[in-house]
Ligand binder design. Structure first.
Ligand SMILES: NC(=O)c1ccc[n+]([C@@H]2O[C@H](COP(=O)([O-])OP(=O)(O)OC[C@H]3O[C@@H](n4cnc5c(N)ncnc54)[C@H](OP(=O)(O)O)[C@@H]3O)[C@@H](O)[C@H]2O)c1
Length: 338
């Protein structure tokens, strides 16, 4: 019998989530069925989109149910297999996160390759869903071209840090990022090689962006929405493109958030603002893994992870993610990862 310790949604958060919105549960896993594998999770992902799933609202993914274990990305090791395609000892990426152990349908598990010098947790960040979001959002949705001036918000996070670096490696004329602390700003312009970076908490975003991009921007990659989006619309050049990836500034809002007041500029400047989800872009995954995996392996692309230890700390990691406590990908380490 394998027992799993799991995190359940205890209450739907009002505003920012708090520890009492979560509860821990211990459960014995049922016997494996044909086509399933038993996995011991090593790393769990906590992601901003999960905040939306905590609301009882219709969206592109169904809400988490109260008093049930939540789901999310995870990397784990296979303990037992009743599927031909997956062997005991394989490492798999799957969606039964927020728990220490899981029975997983092998058809929904991706067997991972060990990449020398790259931890398995990278498959939840720079080489996983957030990395692909950056790659597809920049190259497809924003239609980035070499020579573009690119602005990305949430730039020190998992998606944003990849966006800025991919743009730089693919020939951006200038890469500008915003983040929420002086330490993150130093990280962007130092370690990650952004041409300019600013702390959005230091003053109005539009003024800081204008200073960083006096001639305007060609591409805006939006992770934040709100004031950032309004500033970017003002600074986008004629024919500019914005990929609307996320609007985290509104995820904990209890009232409808104000729209950008300058939307009419879309007309005169003939702007393209395109919302996108990563899901339909998984056809790019192998190309992305080869290209971005190459950048990571060669050290041309840097990535950071903020790691929190233990399944009981997963709610705290999620709450911290929404509050900006992470640099790069927020990861929960749950198993013996040696
Ligand atoms: N469309 C898709 O398919 C897709 C897929 C993945 C992610 N996303 C979106 O992409 C964005 C980034 O996701 P991620 O996984 O890379 O998370 P992340 O950026 O690693 O972490 C979230 C970050 O958001 C920032 N933040 C929180 N509240 C903010 C506010 N009020 N204003 C400005 N920044 C705020 C914090 O950094 P600071 O310290 O800088 O405030 C925090 O570290 C999110 O909006 C997410 O929903 C979309």
């Amino acid at each position: 019998m394998t027992s799993s310790r799991e995190v359940q949604l205890a209450a739907r958060p009002v505003g920012a989530p708090k520890p009492s919105d979560f509860q821990m549960a211990d459960t014995d896993l049922p016997a494996l069925q044909d086509g399933q594998v038993r996995v011991q999770n090593l790393f769990l992902s906590v992601d901003p989109y999960m905040r939306g799933r905590m609301n009882d609202a219709k969206s592109y993914t169904p809400p988490f149910a109260l008093n049930e274990t939540m789901t999310g990305g995870a990397v784990g090791r296979v303990l037992e297999s009743r599927a031909r395609s997956v062997q005991v000892g394989d490492t798999v990426l799957h969606d039964r996160g927020w728990r220490t152990h899981a029975n997983v349908n092998a058809a929904q598990a991706r067997v991972l390759k060990d990449l020398p010098g790259v931890p398995l947790s990278a498959y939840l960040g720079v080489l996983g869903m957030p990395g692909l979001t950056a790659y597809a959002g920049l190259l497809r949705s924003a239609e980035f071209r070499a020579g573009d001036v690119v602005f990305v918000s949430g730039a020190a996070g998992a998606v944003g840090s990849a966006v800025g670096q991919i743009a730089r490696l693919k020939g951006a004329a200038r890469v500008i990022g915003s983040a929420g602390s002086a330490r993150k700003v130093t990280y962007l312009s130092g370690e990650l090689g952004f041409d300019a970076a600013f702390n959005y908490k230091d003053g109005p975003v539009a003024a800081q962006l204008r200073e960083a991009a006096p001639d305007g921007i060609d591409v805006y990659f939006d992770n934040v929405g709100g004031e950032h989006l309004e500033a970017a619309i003002s600074l986008l050049k004629v024919g500019g493109h914005a990929a609307i990836c996320g609007m985290i500034s509104g995820y904990n809002a209890t009232e409808p958030t104000p729209a950008p007041r300058n939307l009419a500029q879309i007309i005169g400047k003939q702007l393209t603002l395109r919302g996108f989800l990563v899901t339909p872009h998984y056809d790019l995954y192998d190309t992305f893994l080869q290209e971005v995996g190459g950048y990571v392996a060669s050290g041309e692309m840097k990535y950071d992870e903020t790691t929190v230890d233990g399944i009981d700390a997963a709610p705290e990691a999620f709450i911290g993610l929404l509050a900006g406590q992470n640099t790069g990908k927020m990861i929960v380490r749950v198993g013996d990862t040696a």
